[in-house]
Ligand binder design. Structure first.
Ligand SMILES: [Zn+2]
Length: 454
């Protein structure tokens, strides 16, 4: 990136693993500790997103990055941060820049209260403020601007009084500044989305490429027979539902799928990502996005086991895909054959059947097996995912599991957690903070086209 390049906003993201590493050295009464790190650069239409790479990893050859100087200091209150900021601002600026812009980040670790941050980057002839800093796991971190802490937020409206009496006014204000991207607006997504909206999430991005079909009416909230008579995209329906709940929420709907570019750009600027589809490709790319752009993600789903009236299990599953979590390959959650089926167009499938002639067609030509589920199961699953997302966004609670499954008809719901180790042969952790560099988990098939903003 050229230093003179102007973008509307500059965002900086640090994953929890790296932030914890930096914080571990910030001891009270100890001198500030300086680090040098590599940032990957992602260009979105109206923003440049910089993601911190793990401190021991650089960027792959050929990808452009920038250097960041990070100073971490233990402080005690605003006055101390002010003093640190003052001393830092008056430190000599190096005469000769290296390649690309340089970033300086001062993180003050207060013993009580959220981290205080000041963030600048140097253009060819001046210092500019960074517009937003995301510290994963630290949603209350306060970004100083022009040497002053952020101004106070508005007080919440009466309609969220129960929420604020439970979680506090500040939790609502954090939600209001947050962005959630929800992939899938069917059974689980159509529940998670309004839950986020009612709690007060300020910006919601909805992604789905399907129309409402008759069999969706049993599960998809806010869907009615009129949405079959007039073909209606699930993403548009969920967007309109959010607008009815609160017209002040910024809501964007896409007819599309990850990893189409316009959607990736929204993910790179989001606070949390929810996976509400039952597709293997979608789960794989959700986890990939979480690592690359340092956005914590939750995948949710639910299914019925058994058939024809014999129900043997009613399963709800929630899986965390934070940047440092094992990927779906490590967890044995993706099937390559199923991936090929999902990425194939109907025409390609038919061509395989035709080519087989009288012989049996290859397995990938078979229809994708239908997962059975019902509305109350998807509703529970979607609403739990939204709840844990709210926990993350407000910093009030974390999911007490890594991969949780429960069976609604087993004794005591048979709740289990299935923490799974990283597969040492898998290179997924090298992708943390990689941004746009490197390869996507699969090539976008031509028949998907590009995402369309509705
Ligand atoms: Zn992996």
């Amino acid at each position: 990136m050229h230093p003179r390049d102007e973008v509307a906003r500059t965002l900086l993201r640090l994953g929890q693993t790296e932030f914890d590493m930096l914080r571990a050295d910030a001891l009270p009464d100890a001198p500030a500790r300086d680090w040098t790190a590599t940032l990957a650069v992602t260009r979105a239409q109206d923003a440049s997103v910089w993601t911190l790479r793990p401190l021991h990893l650089g960027l792959p050859a050929g990808s452009s990055g920038i250097q960041a100087d990070i100073r971490v200091q233990a402080i005690d209150g605003e006055a101390a941060f002010h003093a640190a900021l003052d001393a830092w601002a008056h430190a000599p600026v190096p005469d000769e820049a290296g390649e690309g812009p340089e970033v300086r980040l001062l993180i003050g670790m207060a013993p009580h209260g959220p981290p205080e941050i000041a963030a600048l980057w140097r253009t060819s002839d001046s210092w500019r403020e960074i517009d937003r800093v995301f510290l994963e796991g630290q949603p209350g971190a306060r970004l100083w601007c022009q040497g002053a802490p952020p101004p106070a937020d508005d007080l919440p409206p009466e309609r969220v009084a129960r929420f604020t009496s439970s979680f506090g006014v500040e939790a609502y204000q954090r939600l209001r500044r947050s962005t959630a991207v929800v992939i899938g607006a069917g059974g689980t997504g159509s529940v998670a989305i309004p839950m986020l909206a009612r709690a007060g999430v300020g910006k919601i991005v909805i992604v789905d490429s399907d129309l409402i079909s008759p069999s969706n009416l049993e599960r998809t909230h806010a869907s009615f027979p009129e949405h079959i008579e007039t073909p209606t995209l699930k993403a548009a329906l969920a967007r309109d539902h959010v607008r009815c709940i609160d017209p002040d929420i910024e809501v964007i709907a896409f007819d599309g799928r990850l990893p189409q570019r316009a959607i990736v750009e929204e993910v790179a600027q989001a606070d949390v990502l929810l996976g509400c589809t039952d597709q293997h490709t979608s789960r794989l790319v959700l986890s990939d996005m979480a690592r690359r752009y340092l956005v914590p993600a939750i995948d949710c789903g639910g299914l019925i086991e058994g058939a024809n009236g014999l129900v043997t299990g009613q399963i709800i599953q929630l899986v965390l895909f934070r940047p440092h979590d094992p990927c779906p390959h490590c967890r044995g959650m993706v099937d390559d054959m199923r991936m090929r089926q999902e990425l194939m167009s109907p025409e390609e499938r038919q061509a395989l059947i035709d080519a087989a002639g009288d012989a049996a067609p290859p397995p990938e030509a078979h229809e994708i097996p239908q997962i059975d589920t019902v509305g109350y199961i998807t509703t529970v699953s979607g609403t739990l995912a939204a709840g844990y997302a709210i926990g993350w966004l407000t910093g009030r609670f974390d999911p007490p599991f890594q991969r949780m499954q429960m069976n609604l008809i087993a004794d005591c719901l048979d709740v289990t957690d299935r923490p799974q180790p990283m597969d040492e042969a898998c290179s997924c952790q090298d992708e943390r903070g990689l941004g746009d560099a490197g390869e996507l988990p699969f090539a976008i098939p031509a028949h998907w086209g590009t995402a369309r903003r509705l």
